[in-house]
Design a protein around this ligand. Structure first.
Ligand code: ZN
Length: 266
């Protein structure tokens, strides 16, 4: 039995460019929720062909109620809404999984490769761990490695895909759009799904030994908030310290301690 964990976001879905398109209930969002679902379904089909027979999907955007479950293959299980644990977009992962795939992911705060670039919230100007620009991909790949699970594949904007390969040499990526200022150039939505199905099958059939990110022994975190009030508030988290009016620092050795800082201070 082989188990796949999928964490699905929406801001790296093929063609998406505006926050209105990401909000459940907004008239613009239905199309992109369908495309997000279609991309996840394509990855699942590829995984099933590669012999993965248990697939857990974490709906990992905003309300976490974006995916249309009836449009996914019958073999999957879906985690909707938020448990409120520190694993956040990775709730449900543990050491029993054989691989992780991220879909619809977007580049980090402080990068320009996606009109919707951000890290966790819209209130962050820059997020660094050990000096590295920290995307949700990086943060969540560390969670995968915390449980010893390799990250097989990533879909999202081209800038994130390029940055991600710097961290995981064996990573398969499917870039679907290229941001230019507030616009993006994207491939056709159905082509994106075709590429994802093929790529997932190939990646999961392959050797995943080069798909492990190196989990640092120590974490030195610097979060620059857009609002100075947020940095002041975060500075009261145990162990956190204020670097300047908008920036808070935190150091730890256990990644779980960072995840708690992220959950309660950021
Ligand atoms: Zn999101």
């Amino acid at each position: 039995m082989k188990k796949l964990f999928i964490s699905a976001d929406i801001e790296g879905t093929c063609g998406i460019v505006d926050w209105q398109e990401t909000e459940v209930g907004n008239a613009y969002s239905d199309y992109f929720r369908n495309q997000m679902t279609a991309e996840v379904a394509a990855v699942c089909r590829g995984a099933l062909k590669a012999g993965f027979d248990e697939i857990v999907i974490k709906d990992a955007h905003d309300s976490a109620r974006n995916l249309y479950p009836d449009k996914l293959p019958k073999e999957v299980k879906i985690i909707r809404s938020w448990s409120r644990d520190p694993f956040s977009m990775m709730t449900g992962i543990d050491e029993s999984f054989d691989a992780v795939i991220f879909t619809g992911y977007h580049n980090a705060a402080g990068t320009g490769s996606n009109p919707l670039s951000h890290t966790m919230t819209g209130n962050i100007y820059s997020y660094k761990i050990n000096g590295l620009t920290t995307s949700e991909f990086l943060m969540n790949s560390y969670i995968a490695e915390y449980f010893g699970v390799p990250v097989a594949m990533l879909t999202g904007d081209k800038g994130l895909c390029l940055a991600a390969k710097e961290h995981i040499s064996g990573l398969t990526t499917v870039p679907v759009s290229e941001g230019r200022g507030n616009c993006s150039l994207s491939i056709h939505p159905q082509k994106a799904c075709e590429l994802m199905e093929e790529a997932a099958e190939k990646a999961l059939n392959g050797d995943l030994k080069d798909c492990h990110i190196t989990l640092p022994k120590e974490f030195e975190v610097e979060v620059a908030f857009k609002r100075h009030q947020s940095a002041y508030r975060a500075s009261f988290y145990p162990g956190a310290y204020q670097i300047d009016a908008n920036t808070v620092g935190f150091k730890c050795k256990d990644y779980m301690d960072f995840l708690k800082f992220e959950m309660f201070a950021v």
